[in-house]
Structures are given as C-alpha cells and as structure tokens.
Design a protein around this ligand. Sequence first.
Ligand code: NDP
Length: 337
Amino acid sequence: MSTTINAAWHLASRPAGLPTAANFAWRETTLPELADGQVQVRNIWLSVDPTNRIWMNDADSYLPKLELGEVMRGIGIGRVEASRDAALQPGDIVQGMLGWQRYCVGPAKALTRLPPIPLPLSAHFGLLGHIGLTAYFGLTDVAGAKAGETLVVSAAAGAVGSLAVQIGKNLGMRVVAIAGGAEKCRWLRDELGADAVIDYKVEDVAAGLQRTCPEGVDVDFENVGGRTLDAVLGNLKLGARIALCGLISQYNATAPEPGPSNLAHLLMQRGRMQGFIVLDYLDRAQEAAEKLIAWHLAGRMKYRLDISDGLASAPAALGKLFTGANTGKVLVKVGEE
Ligand code: NDP
C-alpha cells in the first residue's frame, strides 16, 4: 500500500467576480495504488492561466466545466515516479492536466513526454507549450501576419502578449503594445522592441491608437476584449484581421457586457475577426517550437517568468492575472526538478 501523501486544491465554490482563496479547499489524501495504464507523477511546475477562471464557471467551455469538489484543473509539468504503462518510464518528464496538486495519478495516455530542449524546463511554459503556440499560430495562421504591417497586441506584457510582440517584430511588423503601467510599457519598448506603447491606465486606448497608428491597424492580437477591442475595431485598416485570442476583461463579469459599438468598422473595412483555441494547434507544436527556440537562442526572443513558490500560493497566483500584478508567465513551483 502506498503511503505517499498528496495535497491538492479542490474547487470549493464558484467565484462571483474575481476568484479568491475562498473558492478553493486544501485537502490532503493518501495516493491510491496504480491501476494498469496509470502513472504516478510528482508535479514540478504548474501553469496558472486566465482560462483557469473560465473552468471554474458553472458552464462548459472548450472543455467540460469542473464539478464542485474536483481537484482544480491545471496544466503542469512533472516527473514520472511510477508507471504501469509501457509508454512512460520512471524519470520521464511529462506535461498534461496534472492539476493543482503535488502528485497526479492518472492514465499515461493523457500525458505527453516532453522532448529535451536546450533551455530550462520552465521554458516549456514561458516560451513554448500552450503559451508559445498561442502567440505563434495566432499571429501566423489565424491573423496571417505579414512583414510591414502594423500589429497591435493587448495585455502585451503578459505571457502570450509578450511573445506575440516579439514574434511580430521577428516577422518584420511594426508593433504597438498595450499594457497597464509605466514599467510594463518600458519593458515592452526598451527590452522587447515594441515600436510604440499605450499605457491604458493613463491614456485612452482609442486616443492612443490614433496617436500610434495614424494609418490604422492591420492585425490585432486581442487578449483583452471589452473597451480595448472596441477601440481597435474603430481604427482598422482595409482588410484588417483580428486574432481573437482572449477576453480577459470579461472573465470576471457578473453580468453580460454590452457588445462592441464599433462593429460597423469591421464591416466597412472588410475586416475579419476569428477566435481560436490553442488545442487545435497541438499537432503543429514542433513547427512553432523550432522557430521560437531558434529566435530565443539568437537573442531575438525573450521570455519572463513570474514564479510563486509552493502549491499553497496557487490561488494568489491566479489572482495576479486579473489585477495585472504579473509581468510574463505566471507559474507555481510545486516541487524540485
Ligand atoms: P497574461 O500573462 O497576459 O496575464 C493577464 C494580463 O491581462 C494581466 O497581466 C493584465 O495586464 C491583463 N488584464 C487583466 N485584466 C485586465 C482588464 N480588465 N483590462 C485590461 N487588461 C487586463 O495571461 P496569458 O498570457 O496567459 O493570457 C492572455 C490572454 O490570452 C488571455 O485572455 C487568455 O485567456 C488568452 N489565451 C488564449 C488561448 C487560446 O487558446 N485562445 C491560450 C492561452 C491564453 P495589464 O497589467 O497590462 O492590465
């Protein structure tokens, strides 16, 4: 009988507005014996994502909703400690829905063995993985970004946004970054190469877009929605494309927000707005990873991690995404590598 003690955050209640620690319950249990086809994984890195908030709602999204009492769903990286499946061996490093817990016992077939990379393990979340794929394919495949075009990125100092800004630069675009706060804007301009910045906390976004994009916007990498999206819609060039990546300004809304008032510009400018979910690009992960690693090693792509130490910090780490306390990718270090 195994005597390893697991600790996990369970969904205790559904948030009304911002998620808080009260929505989670900490429970300790003994790990079960492995069944055929299962592995035991010791979790190392937990990715904390805005979509975690969506999963807490009482509604299905692109994944089924979480039921109350379940271990909080989360993407993690861990090391296989025991296996009853020939596909994975003890010592393998894997990624998957490992959950907000110290250990994950589950089917081997739900996990992906990570290839070795010439970078720290955490780069699988900071530069590659679902974050890198979202930024890369959102720009290249969804938006059809081209050299010489003007790109706007919102939530630009976050995980996906900061990569989208730099991918845009590497593709030869003129990049305008929207973020909250002087230090984030300085980082985007001075270290990541944004051509212009809009600090939406001190400047109206519509005015900022007129200032920085007097000829209009060709591509919008939209992470925020609400008023930000509306301002971009009002400043589109002919044939503009909007890659609708996320709507973080809406995730804690307690009542439906009014629709954008500038949709007429999408019509008049023959624009296209397309939503996408990174899961649809997983089979092309290698293609994006090769590009992102090459740019990084050539000094043309940085990534920044915002690390919280210990599983206990996960609820607070989630809160950072909605107050903007993070710069770069929010991670929780659950255990040693
Ligand atoms: P970030 O690291 O960008 O963190 C979120 C950031 O959003 C905060 O730092 C904050 O920055 C900004 N923000 C939060 N609330 C607001 C608000 N009300 N108005 C304006 N800005 C706000 O998170 P990710 O990079 O992980 O995710 C970015 C977006 O990408 C999200 O919308 C997410 O849902 C989406 N996403 C979509 C995927 C897909 O498959 N379509 C996959 C992964 C992510 P600031 O200080 O600048 O306000």
